[in-house]
Design a protein around this ligand. Structure first.
Ligand code: SF4
Length: 488
């Protein structure tokens, strides 16, 4: 059952936030402040955006946000530290527990400090129990679906000295949380939560819950507000955006909607200039969405379509619900409608039982599709997933050797694809001065390719500006260019 968090509950959270703010303002005025808070983020874009909301809630409580902290002691230790965790890979969890453990020393120096852990890792009972028993310096534990209750657990700690560990997780849809966004010109907007696909290697459905969509009017209103505040590019986020709208009509009486309808509304009803989205599951990529991408100029000609493997037998064991041929058909449909589309994907190596033949199918798929970019991962055994129970775990040295061949192949293809851009004039959204060279600006094409470009001072290029850029050089992961003119 989709739990749309009631306005009364959100109002109560707001009341508690204001109560904490009054307390913090009094401390600040007494000369002991300001009080600071830091959110450490691990994992994907969904977590990055969740952290923007966590920072937004902490700001509402009267904390100044600090980007990071040192355990060196003194006033550099924040008053609140929140770890927003990821559990998609084992090593991520080990690293997080290492950092949570390390902060114990800082808490000895600053006992009033508040330490919290939330996110995907703490949607797993074993992790909550481990923190409850072995990390007693942690004051509060939240999951993914109940982070909107942060004011409540903070108030319990501040006013009643109460430790909150093991709150029930929720498949909730909270509205009205102001996000503290890092980027003025590009913004994430969550359109749905959770995933019902249960790919056999993936922990996400167990920690992010069942698919539930935000109401389209709420999403369009958020995008319109962002555009009116200067945001130029919006990334619509969901574990599987293509199943957006499922179950909406039956619950809220709203007319039947889907992702293609939603993204067209964002384009036509808001002043945003560019719209991107991720992540798409290939089995749900609809002709309507492909048509919207082809017809709506604001939708970037860029598609991230995770394939994971090029072998139909491996895809079956992964429970991906499509075959190699299905995937190639989808790619052909997209390229027919958008010949210049930039395609990227996710590839997993070392899935249990993976044979050399299956691996070669993945290599040949890379050659056949020629992706602009591929995010490549080594399979990580996740307790609780069907694949973790498989006896056919692939030996590490075999996985490493295949991973090497895979990245060499894809890096060559990415470089060749970038070489094809040489001599083209493209539109770039300027993100700032290049990190590697102050005489250069950096930005991204519609295809989400990084371009480092030169521009005369007279051009007065600034962050957030669109510029037409002539591509003069290509690397594996970026392009070089020269400013041609400004554009809207
Ligand atoms: S689609 Fe599959 S891989 Fe993606 S989040 Fe859902 S279960 Fe995980």
């Amino acid at each position: 059952m989709i739990n749309r968090v009631s306005p009364e509950t959100m109002a109560e959270m707001d009341r508690l936030s204001r109560k904490i703010k009054e307390r913090n303002d009094a401390i600040r005025e007494s000369g002991a402040g300001p009080l600071t808070a830091c959110v450490k983020t691990f994992g994907c874009q969904m977590n990055e955006h969740d952290s923007e909301k966590l920072r937004g809630m902490l700001k509402r409580m009267g904390y100044d946000i600090v980007p990071d902290f040192s355990l060196g002691g003194g006033n550099l230790i924040p008053d609140v530290v929140l770890f927003n965790t990821c559990c998609v890979r084992e090593n991520a969890e080990d690293r997080i527990f290492g950092q949570i453990g390390a902060i114990k020393g800082a808490k000895k120096l600053k006992p009033e400090m508040i330490v919290g852990v939330c996110g995907c890792m703490t949607e797993q009972d074993w992790a909550v129990e481990r923190i409850r028993k072995s990390y007693r310096h942690v004051d509060m534990v939240l999951g993914t679906g109940n982070t909107y209750r942060l004011p409540e657990v903070m108030a319990a700690r501040i006013f009643d000295g109460k430790r909150t560990v093991g709150l029930a997780s929720e498949d909730s849809v909270p509205e009205g949380i102001e996000a503290d966004r890092e980027d003025r010109f590009r913004a994430y907007v969550t359109i749905m939560y959770g995933c019902d696909n249960f790919c056999s290697y993936c922990i996400v459905p167990y920690v992010r819950g069942r698919e539930r969509s935000r109401l389209p009017d709420d999403i369009v209103a958020e995008c319109a507000k962002l555009a009116s505040e200067g945001t130029k590019e919006i990334m619509l986020l969901g574990q599987n955006v293509n199943s957006y709208g499922k179950g909406l009509e039956s619950v809220d009486g709203t007319e039947k909607t889907d992702f293609a309808k939603l993204i067209r509304r964002v384009c036509s009803e808001t002043g945003v200039k560019r719209v991107r989205f991720m992540t798409s599951h290939p089995k749900d990529l609809s002709p309507d969405l492909i048509a919207a991408m082809a017809e709506e100029p604001k939708i970037c000609a860029q598609l991230h379509l995770p394939v994971q493997s090029g072998s139909t037998s491996e895809l079956k064991r992964m429970n991906r619900k499509y075959t190699r041929e299905d995937y190639l058909r989808r790619v052909a449909e997209v390229r027919r409608a958008l010949p210049d589309v930039a395609l990227s994907t996710d590839i997993m190596i070392g899935f249990p039982g993976e044979t050399e033949e299956e691996f070669l199918d993945t290599l040949s798929l890379l050659e056949e599709v020629r992706f602009d970019a591929a995010f490549t991962f080594i399979y990580s055994r996740r307790q609780g997933t069907p694949a973790a129970a498989s006896p056919d775990q692939v030996p590490e040295e075999v996985v490493k050797e295949r991973f090497q061949r895979l990245t060499e192949t894809q890096n060559r293809i990415s470089r060749e694809k970038n070489e094809e851009m040489r001599g083209k004039v493209v539109t770039v959204l300027t993100e700032g001065v290049s990190r590697t060279n102050v005489d250069r600006y950096t930005g991204r094409t519609e295809g989400n390719k990084i371009v480092n470009f030169t521009a005369p001072d007279s051009a007065k290029v600034d962050t957030g500006d669109f510029a037409r850029v002539l591509i003069t050089g290509a690397q594996t992961w970026s392009l070089e260019g020269e400013f041609v003119e400004s554009t809207d």
